[in-house]
Write a protein that binds this ligand. Sequence first.
Ligand code: NAD
Length: 489
Amino acid sequence: MSSTTTTPTAHDAGSLARADRVVADLGLGADGIPVDDPATGERIATVPDLDVPATLDVLGTADRAGTAWARTSPRERADVLHAWYELLVAYGEDLAHLITREMGKPLAEARAEVAYGSDFVRWYAEEAVRPGGGYRDAPKGDARILTRRAPVGLAVLITPWNFPLAMATRKIAPAIAAGCAALVKPATATPLTTYLAVDLARRAGVPAELVQVVTTSSSSAFSEAVLRDERVRKVSFTGSTPVGRTLLGIAADRVLRTSMELGGNAPLIVFDDADLERAVDGAFAAKMRNGGQSCIAANRIYVQSGIARDFTDALTERLAGVAVGAGLAEGIGLGPLIDARAVEHMTALTADAVERGARLRTGGVAVDGPGHFFAPTLIEGVPADADVANEEIFGPVAAIQKFTSEQEAIERANATEFGLAGYVFTESLDRALDVADRLETGLVGINQGVPSNAAAPFGGVKQSGLGREGGAEGVEEYESIRFYNIARR
Ligand code: NAD
């Protein structure tokens, strides 16, 4: 497959100037790890490259601040989180421009991420004043049992590049609410948003030492040193399953508390009785949000035979109409992928499916330009053994397979080691709930394609992970339950 000669739209000059002003205001030095714009290939900043001794120094600072923070009142924690939320909203445009500049997503999607990411801070400001705990009588009546929740201690938070703000806030905010200190390690591709978000947290009143950002070019040296350090009590990781497995190995040695938000291979099932427009809108959103670079992106689209033709034609038309370009320009629907490797991956997945008999309806090609662009793509008739049906795609490739019966759809949907998200489109409430119950996933979108919500417990089953982020459950990941057994006279 050859690449097209289409040139993607360039950044808008005014928005670019704003993004660069935000980067300059971060006051970063000239040495360290380079951060490049995926739409242009241009270097936009360098961030410090901390070695192990420097990282352990920073860890010690956070740990000491954590001792005092663990004793603060729930109201005090809530107040700083509320103030942080207000600042995230006030600086929302700066954050959105920064997200687009370093990560690539269109500005409209970056604004949506700011709303989504700030919402975790607001949610945990509200949760902070509702600490769990309880009282129960021992069955024999000889004791009173009092339960309370205590902060788990210093937490190491490792985030990926695809949602640089939301993946950070949904870990940092519950850690602060629970009374923990945090060492945050953002992905080296997109560290700038984390720097700004944590700077805003400090301006809002979070103690300067409590939340520390560490950027390093050596992830494995970082986790070997940090996760084995006795002062660390918790690791929360969002990223790929192979890296999660490595971290779990180290955590097992220390019997460390873990939360793992790992990879996905989401099935999206469209039944004959679905509302066609809703199904196409939902599938488009579930596939194209963040250019497909989302752990809950629709990876395998299963469509029942009676609706398959109309659904496939309509989704093809929607994808073919997407404007591709640099995210800081008006009207862009798809920005660049994160790097050149991602473009090669899309090209290889599409080629493999076509070689195995799938039919390419639109896209399937890299788009020329200095950045990492790939055309919105739809392939139908994808055989179950094609790579695209078994690997996490993480890009704008919609892969459609047909099915006949409900039983067959469920069996095929569950035939994967992953279990993060699933989607069901049908007008029957009974069927929607029955199928949702039988899908082996942590979350299910019913007649909609973007199920994430700060109030909901997000997370996977099977090899998609352990633990939950968001909702009341999210703060429990940073707490230990203790009980006092009080003798009765
Ligand atoms: P990745 O696993 O390569 O990296 C994630 C983060 O871990 C990055 O910050 C990276 O620098 C760091 N890292 C890598 N090796 C490490 C090590 N040995 N020790 C410590 N840190 C290490 O993943 P990625 O490519 O950045 O992100 C994409 C993946 O993340 C996909 O698989 C996606 O499904 C997953 N993801 C999952 C969720 C979820 O909530 N389940 C959300 C977003 C992304």
